[in-house]
Write a protein that binds this ligand. Structure first.
Ligand code: PMP
Length: 356
């Protein structure tokens, strides 16, 4: 080993889902199958490209204002970043500085472990139960902070707000982050608790319900004090996080509430129908409240199935990691995309017409 190698920060990186460049039925990274709000297209088409000469507003003013209006909070309660990955990473850096371990579920968004290791934050995974539910009492012990997604990923399970509140209430000496990437498909948000608990941060994204994964916008909502700390960290890292195009398009996406709600309804309807179809084929799955379904089949090996689907250009997500070796995560696409998936599955299981 060369001398300098001793001082290199080595990390085991997060592995993002594949982004196939060919035409594929892409049900592997929980993107929204519908386009962003029509206003986004109009704004992009009429964008003044001369403005790209200048740095964007480092405070992302108009976008912060639009989000504050949408969620009925103050502009000093909103922090934006380059996708919720950026926001979450900043939260780890800013709030998890204890020598005590940060708690998160053992089956969850795998990026948490990566940030903890990147920033040298001690952590301890809390085992979800045999039905993949969070065991809230496990989070009542002393710790250096808590983070969990609701709905959880990849399990798709939603915890009712009283469970979330119990975890926050039992951890008032540390920061609790609720990662609500999929909340719009699920139920009540922890945003309702923002005024009640000053240790709570809620993180959301434009990548799922708002159909803008490609634009990379995420945000945190909390009390002004914690948002100030986040901004201090951000300005110590990279002041110009959101580019000009994202700022303009982000505002348009938030403005169109009707389009947003219609999109949610479509995806939830397709999800519920898809659950029925998977059930008919003998799959078992959790009670998904997200835009994806976490499924297993008692008679078919998940890895074989995953590879067979991929060979036909149908991409789902498979990890093969501990406790979830036999599970796949299937993003809810359009009805047509899901039909292609089911046609393939029926053929694979020799129960219907051949697939070509
Ligand atoms: N949190 C969870 C639970 C996720 O599944 C994802 C998407 N992979 C993210 C955060 C990050 O999403 P984005 O950076 O696109 O906002």
């Amino acid at each position: 080993m060369k001398e300098f190698e001793k001082n290199i920060r080595r990390v085991k990186p997060y592995v993002p889902g594949e982004q196939p460049q060919n035409k594929a039925v892409k049900l592997n990274t929980n993107e929204n199958p519908y386009p962003p709000a029509p206003g986004v297209r109009t704004a992009l088409k009429s964008m003044d490209t001369d403005r790209l000469r200048l740095y964007p507003d480092p405070a992302a003013g108009p976008l912060v204002e639009e989000l504050a209006r949408f969620y009925h909070v103050g502009t000093d309660q909103v922090f934006v970043g380059v996708g919720s990955d950026d926001v979450l990473s900043m939260c780890f850096l800013t709030f998890f500085n204890s020598k005590k371990p940060v708690f998160f579920p053992d089956i969850t968004y795998s990026f948490y472990k990566v940030w903890a290791e990147l920033y040298r934050i001690p952590y301890e995974c809390q085992r979800v139960d045999e039905n993949f539910r969070l065991v809230k009492e496990d989070y009542y012990r002393e710790n250096g902070g808590v983070i969990f997604p609701n709905p959880n990923a990849p399990t798709a399970l939603y915890e009712e707000l009283n469970v979330v509140e119990d975890i926050i209430a039992h951890n008032q000496d540390v920061i609790v982050i609720v990662d609500e990437a999929y909340i719009d498909f699920a139920g009540r948000s922890a945003l309702e608790l923002i005024d009640k608990y000053d240790n709570l941060i809620v993180v959301q994204t434009f990548s799922k319900a708002r159909s803008m994964a490609g634009m990379r916008i995420g945000y945190a909502i909390s009390n002004p004090g914690l948002i100030r700390y986040l901004n201090d960290a951000k300005y110590s890292f990279n002041s110009y996080t959101l580019n000009q195009t994202s700022l303009i398009c982000g505002v348009e996406a938030v403005k169109d509430k009707e389009y947003f709600e219609e999109g949610l309804r479509k995806i939830i309807n397709t999800r519920e129908w898809a659950k029925g179809e998977l059930g008919k084929l003998g799959f078992r799955f959790t009670d998904s409240r997200a835009n994806f379904i976490f499924a297993t089949h008692p008679d078919y090996d998940a890895k074989d199935l995953f590879e067979a689907m991929k060979a036909k250009g149908i991409y789902v997500r498979y990890w093969g990691s501990e406790r979830i070796e036999q599970y796949m995560r299937i993003t809810v696409g359009t009805r047509e995309e899901m039909e292609i998936l089911f046609t393939f599955l029926r053929e694979y299981m020799n129960k219907g017409e051949p697939y070509d």
